[in-house]
Design a protein around this ligand. Sequence first.
Ligand code: SF4
Length: 335
Amino acid sequence: MGALEPGYISLYRSGELRRRAKALEARLTSCDICPRECGVNRLQGERGFCHSAHLPIVAAVCAHHGEEPAISGSRGSGTIFFGNCNMRCAYCQNYQISQRWRKHQSREMDFHTLAQRMLYLQDELECHNINFVSPSHFVPQLVRAVLEAVPMGLRLPLVYNCSGYDSTRSLKELDGIIDIYLPDLRYASDKWARRFSQAAGYVKHARAAIREMYRQVGELVLDEAGIARRGLIVRHLVLPNGLAGSRESLTWLAEEVSPAVTVSIMSQYLPAHRASRIPALSRKLWASEYSEVIELVDRLGLENGWLQEMGASDNYLPDFDRQGHPFSSTVANPA
Ligand code: SF4
């Protein structure tokens, strides 16, 4: 038993991982897994806002080299892109898999197959971690698949890579299971969150979620090679026209969470999906807008993390309709 063994292994041994999976699955009968609390019975095939029933929808599985350096490292992050989403961002770069639920219904995957995919990422691609993208509506499914994968040999740290619209009750069930939380902090205004992402109460829910994540895993811990083992990284995508509320959100993070929290400030905004038809969102960032945010990060003393270069936008646009890897054509996709 190594000192760096992920927490879910001991939870598996004690039976707690199974108890958590069952407790979460019971909530699918009247779904309150995310803040929307739709109350539908997903075990009977009913679908709420996220258009997802019982089985997880897996849109792509690949080694991702475009995440933060501590997540992608040299061998890539073992990324599992879940289909559908509990938000509807007008500018979503992953809209092909997050908002085309009819097309992706056929990508439902049983838990054993999902566990096999994790082992493929670990043993064949030798990724540094398993990175669940858009997991907020599939928390019970994620835990069930990990429960299946542990006796098959899963040992990698788990990354929970979300938009921040999470239920703290669901997150508490992930305590000790998730090693690295990678949430977005998208808005400081519920008005913009509702208008551009259909996410009522986003600010309250995302801030409570980030506090809970920080309580669980604390500040980022790297191994000797600079790869993340545990901790919180908060992503903040700067939007044009100040719509992301960068000043308010980053001040909140520095003052109410910790100035030592690791942040990933992103300039890669593109008017993807429906955003080109929404005047306030229809352009890329100006360099002056981004520099203001960078200066703010400096003033707030947020010293830990990464600042994306301006001009990064074109490099990060995935194509989930492309055969193979959504970010390049070089790595085979077994999903
Ligand atoms: S996970 Fe889906 S069905 Fe459940 S509350 Fe959220 S949006 Fe509704």
